[in-house]
Design a protein around this ligand. Structure first.
Ligand SMILES: NC(=O)c1ccc[n+]([C@@H]2O[C@H](COP(=O)([O-])OP(=O)(O)OC[C@H]3O[C@@H](n4cnc5c(N)ncnc54)[C@H](OP(=O)(O)O)[C@@H]3O)[C@@H](O)[C@H]2O)c1
Length: 407
């Protein structure tokens, strides 16, 4: 099916997340030209639809626009990818509110992860070729039909992996993997507190904890999601909405936990620090859940989070025998670390030890449709899906409410 086909036709081909992955992609129907892979490089304009953040604010700021792409002359080391699927992350929601410092100012095409087929390669690119199915990452710009990315930010997909899974994997799993294994050095018998255990990073972290023997996972989430997160590997689900998670954890483990993954910030960082056992480590990797309370920027919530943030000196760290670290995938520029991490994750995928949990897929053309009174990002298809591996507070679709109506 081509991108030119009507949304109605495309919709019939929406693949539900639980369906088996599609067969390997057909080869490119026509080379897009531009790089070393297309010597003649006739000047040709590619039709290119993109989801553009046109300004900061609510979902109405995200518009589907036609951004024709003049057949790009690839720089050495670059590849042109025809995007088949792309993922939505918390960072895009932050970016929409002007709270993600790594996103260029609007107008900007959103999207940090996706999957697709290589359509052209630049000079010097030896390990990617036209027709390769790849995971692709970029700081922004993945929510469009064609992207030019450095070849080293593309990773060949396992044959059995669907485009949806490939688009849902990088950010959540790399974040969880680096925190657990590079920073916290997770080992058998340890205990981990995973906040937002029902979210994208939470699910990834839980699955990765299962790859190590005898790890106890405490996971906070709404009660309605406990059954599923328990099946996914959370040993002790805690409803943070109705219970004090500190009290609940102390009931099971009076000494506390070895590792806290903290995406909350504010007063929760202090609670997490107090919960650590001696020699334990707390990793701060977000503040958004306490800061982002709706579609638009909430200055009061931001001020409250800032006011309540943990403040201590190194003497206190020494006297308590605890460690605090920070993690931000967006600031990692070590390509070797990136490649090594994704390679490890793809191997775990092949072994059946991890599997992205996808909430819903949407037609690209349907971004911005109203649903249940809230404006949703209903995205991606034809050659686009947008995947909610994500479950934001004010969204009506959560990963527990799978395959919500596409109409
Ligand atoms: N530093 C980095 O490199 C990096 C990378 C990726 C993500 N992050 C951060 O990681 C966090 C999670 O991102 P995500 O993409 O996994 O989010 P997500 O998929 O949107 O998940 C959000 C989940 O959190 C739950 N939740 C909301 N507030 C909560 C709270 N106070 N306590 C426990 N659960 C809560 C929500 O459902 P229920 O409330 O119904 O349970 C939902 O399941 C965000 O803060 C994001 O900024 C950081």
């Amino acid at each position: 099916m081509s991108t030119e086909e009507a949304p109605a036709q495309q919709q019939q081909q929406v693949k539900k997340p639980d369906e088996p992955p599609p067969a390997a992609a057909e080869g490119p129907q026509e080379s897009a030209g531009g790089g070393g892979g297309s010597p003649a490089a006739e000047e040709k304009t590619l039709s290119n639809r993109a989801l553009v953040l046109t300004g900061y604010g609510g979902y109405d700021k995200i518009k589907l626009q036609e951004k024709p792409l003049k057949s790009p002359q690839l720089q050495p080391g670059e590849v042109l990818v025809r995007v088949k699927a792309c993922g939505l992350n918390f960072a895009e929601l932050l970016g929409k509110q002007g709270l993600y410092e790594l996103l260029p100012s609007p107008p900007v095409v959103l999207g940090m992860e996706g999957s697709g087929v290589v359509e052209a390669v630049g000079e010097d690119v030896k390990d990617r070729k036209v027709g390769d199915r790849v995971i692709a990452m970029n700081r922004s710009g993945m929510w469009q039909e064609w992207v030019v990315v450095p070849a080293q930010r593309t990773f060949p997909m396992p044959e059995e992996m669907s485009f949806e899974e490939a688009a849902a994997l990088p950010i959540n799993y790399m974040t969880a993997y680096m925190m657990l294994f590079e920073m916290a050095n997770l080992r058998p018998g340890k205990s981990v507190l995973i906040h937002m255990a029902a979210g994208g990073v939470g699910v990834a972290a839980t699955q990765l904890c299962q790859t190590v023997k005898d790890v106890t996972v405490f996971g906070t989430a709404s009660a309605s999601k406990h059954e599923v997160i328990s099946q996914g590997g959370v040993t002790h689900p805690i409803d943070y909405r109705t219970k004090d998670y500190v009290t609940e954890i102390r009931k099971v483990s009076p000494k506390g936990v070895d590792i806290v993954l903290d995406p909350l910030g504010g007063s929760d960082t202090q609670k997490g620090f107090n919960l650590l056992k001696p020699l334990g480590i707390l990793i701060v990797f977000g503040k958004s859940s306490n800061c982002v309370t709706g579609q638009k920027k909430n200055l009061f919530a931001m001020a409250k989070t800032w006011y309540n943030q943990l403040s201590l000196n190194t003497m206190k760290l020494m006297q308590t025998n605890k460690a605090i670290s920070g993690f931000h995938l967006g600031y990692i520029s070590d390509e070797e670390l990136f490649g090594r991490t994704l390679t490890s994750l793809l191997e775990l995928y092949r072994q059946g030890k991890i599997k992205p949990r996808i909430d819903s897929c949407y037609h690209f053309e349907e971004v911005g449709l109203s649903y249940g009174g809230l404006l949703l990002l209903l995205v991606g298809f034809g050659f686009f899906y947008l995947f909610y591996n994500h479950n934001f507070i004010n969204m009506t679709i959560t990963w527990m409410k799978r395959n919500a109506s596409l109409t």
